[in-house]
Write a new protein. Structure first.
Length: 302
């Protein structure tokens, strides 16, 4: 039986462990993190914890006293064991305000829920077919102190996803109030021009992705230039590559934007570098896993 963790207690995933008064359900009063499990181990947990801790301060939700970084790691690993995860999975942590009240809450104390879902691949894998994307401009993302965080109010991203489906697209790009491109519906965005990476700045309103920062640091370590700057639709048309990044899927390359077609050579190289950085801590006798993780097909262009 699959398990979830509610405030440190492990419960059956199909039990009724939340009620209708839950403030995350009622008002979106909380934050969440999606955390990748690779080879039964937690990837990039410290940065996830830093981001959600920072967001909670803005929302004025008190971090549950028992939920330290070390305790969170223990709970996720216990959940991995309970759910018999041997390789890849996604852990979803939600921290929400407890108590009752309407818009005026009765308490600032936080509560938390951790769920787990298995993932088919143990390592990061480049998508076989390039994504088809366009720009969503019906609504703009407002720039405010909550912009870099994953709040439980995700309506903008949901309606953008619906627009993508209605138009036969894989995803759409979101704009801020100054009409700069900032992100996709669940990913940060990078473009490649002349071998240089460009990605929107946090100040423009994109989510401060943990994988985004991991990739920026990794690129710099490997002498790949990266610039954080404003991106416009014109930049997309001039780019040689576009790819999306998030903590669960890693890197996903874009095959088309309107009539423009793209390649994926830099994206492919970065996936290999990410997998090497993740698995380099393993013992030498597991080197075959690194080779397997880096074995990519010659993907067709779209």
């Amino acid at each position: 039986m699959a398990k979830v963790c509610l405030d440190g207690e492990f419960l059956d995933a199909d039990s009724q462990y939340l009620n209708a008064s839950n403030r995350s359900f009622r008002y979106g009063d909380g934050l969440f993190e999606s955390i990748r499990i690779i080879d039964g181990k937690i990837f990039n947990l410290e940065n996830h914890f830093k981001r959600i801790s920072s967001g909670l301060k803005i929302l004025k939700i008190q971090m549950p006293l028992s939920l330290t970084l070390e305790r969170l790691e223990e709970l996720i690993l216990e959940l991995v064991a309970h759910n018999d995860v041997q390789e890849g999975a996604c852990a979803r942590l939600v921290i929400y305000r407890g108590g009752n009240g309407n818009f005026m809450p009765s308490t600032m104390s936080g509560k938390y829920l951790i769920e787990l879902n298995k993932i088919e691949h143990n390592y990061f894998q480049l998508n076989e077919n390039g994504l088809s994307v366009d720009i969503y401009d019906d609504m703009k993302k407002q720039l405010n102190p909550l912009s870099p965080y994953k709040t439980c109010n995700s309506l903008l991203y949901i309606v953008a996803c619906v627009m993508a489906r209605e138009n036969g697209l894989d995803d759409v790009l979101l704009l801020n109030e100054t009409h700069n491109i900032i992100e996709a519906t669940s990913s940060n965005v990078f473009i490649v021009t002349n071998g240089v990476l460009y990605t929107p700045t946090i100040e423009d309103g994109c989510v401060g992705g943990t994988f985004r920062m991991h990739l920026i640091n990794l690129a710099i370590e490997n002498n790949i230039k990266v610039y954080e700057c404003a991106l416009t639709p014109q930049n997309l048309l001039a780019a040689e590559e576009i790819f999306f990044t998030n903590s669960i899927k890693g890197i996903q390359w874009v095959g088309s934007y309107k009539t423009k077609r793209y390649y994926y050579e830099t994206a492919k190289k970065l996936v290999e570098l990410v997998n090497e950085s993740v698995f380099k801590v393993k013992e030498t006798d597991d080197s075959s896993l690194i080779e397997d993780a880096n074995s990519t097909q010659d993907y067709p262009e779209t």
